[in-house]
Design a protein around this ligand. Structure first.
Ligand code: SF4
Length: 368
């Protein structure tokens, strides 16, 4: 109080107490957001692109489609003439569902839902895929980048969604980039989320730099033998490491406005797999040491057998004289156990991570 002038001291003693100007007035709702991650306001990055950068991005997008190197499959195909592993061409994207979605993290879905676009096709072939009917098959309707931009505007204006959430978009990055640029000219104002398996190429992420506000990478497994067997991909782990580092370099740690809605940064997901908690622990240690101890992490527990897991094998074997049908991927044909989830969580805390997507001890709100 020593530095306050007399009139101000008198005002401070008034029963309504005037706050000194340096004391932030924090509305009740934002209590819980550390000040370093609290934004006063936010303008999406695509709004800040110059017209020169926009023209460069458009021309790079078309170049990628003529010789595709968007993911580590490096098919090198001209997608105007043929398709690669992801099965999707150049002129359109295949979309299965577009709708406000309330199944995401609270800071992403908010009050009105996340404006989600579920793309059909994928550059991975996870044997346990929980969206296998759309990811492993071409299943949906075709949209040009201009038509997709129209849908972004509908999600913003009619759905009142907090963001545009591009789900499994790794194989359609050029079309997505073109649609964001078109939508910005039409009046899009909400943040863009890139919701990815992390099997992205650095060239692809470079094209997205300046267009995406929130990266939502899923870091799936740690061992190459596991990615080969369960994701049907070589080099997944090293690709995910490079991708997550590049994403974090672009947008940093996750930040929110005072209503608790995420606006910018990386939200990293890891789905704990049965019997693979050792890999989850390695991932947490690597993230803390190589990306950021302030990384916002969602350690997910909702694994359930799906797609090829648990399906009957063609052969049977005799056990104790009885003929028994064998199932495929029997080792992951179950839900995870509490101790598996706990061991990944403990490793994350021991490594220095502290920002987790989970409810407070008193169940009153989510950590932000
Ligand atoms: S995005 Fe598709 S075509 Fe391009 S490299 Fe990956 S799998 Fe191949």
């Amino acid at each position: 109080m020593g530095c306050l002038s007399k009139p101000l001291r008198q005002l401070m003693s008034h029963r309504f107490r005037l706050r000194p100007s340096f004391t932030p007035i924090i509305p009740k709702r934002c209590i819980g957001i550390p000040p370093a991650f609290l934004l006063d306001d936010y303008t999406p990055r695509y709004q800040l692109l110059s017209s020169v950068d926009e023209a460069k991005k458009r021309s790079r997008a078309y170049a990628h489609l003529r010789e595709c190197n968007l993911c580590p499959r490096l098919c090198g195909v001209n997608r105007y003439e043929e398709t690669g592993t992801c099965l999707i061409g150049a002129q359109t994207v295949k979309v299965n569902v577009i709708a406000p979605h309330r199944g995401e993290e609270p800071c992403i879905q908010g009050f009105h839902g996340s404006g989600s676009v579920f793309f059909s096709g994928c550059n991975l072939r996870c044997v346990f895929c929980q969206n296998h009917d759309i990811a492993h098959q071409r299943n949906g309707f075709d949209l040009t980048p201009e038509e997709l931009a129209d849908w972004f505007l509908k999600l913003q204006q009619v759905g009142n969604c907090h963001n545009i959430n591009l789900v499994t978009p790794e194989h359609v990055v050029p079309q997505v980039a073109l649609s964001i640029l078109t939508a910005r000219d039409m009046g899009l104002k909400i943040p863009i989320i890139y919701n990815t398996s992390s099997f992205d190429s650095l060239e692809s992420l470079e094209l997205l730099d300046g267009l995406v506000d929130i990266y939502l990478p899923d870091f799936k497994v740690w061992k190459n033998s596991t990615s080969k067997r369960l994701l049907k991909a070589d080099y997944y782990t090293e690709t995910a490491m490079e991708s997550v580092k590049a994403m974090h370099k672009q947008v940093g740690d996750l930040c929110f406005t005072s209503d608790g809605i995420a606006k910018k940064g990386v939200l990293l997901r890891h789905l704990v797999m049965p019997g693979k908690e050792d890999e989850g622990r390695e991932i947490m240690r690597w993230l803390a040491e190589n990306v950021s101890k302030d990384l916002y992490v969602h350690i997910m527990e909702q694994y359930h057998p799906d797609a090829h897991v648990g399906k009957k094998k063609r052969t049977t074997k005799k056990t104790d004289g009885e003929e028994q049908a064998e199932v495929r991927y029997a080792d992951i044909n179950r839900a995870i156990r509490d101790e598996e989830l706990g061991s990944v969580r403990d490793a994350a805390v021991a490594a220095g991570l502290w920002r987790f997507c989970e409810v407070n001890e008193d169940n009153s709100m989510f950590h932000l």
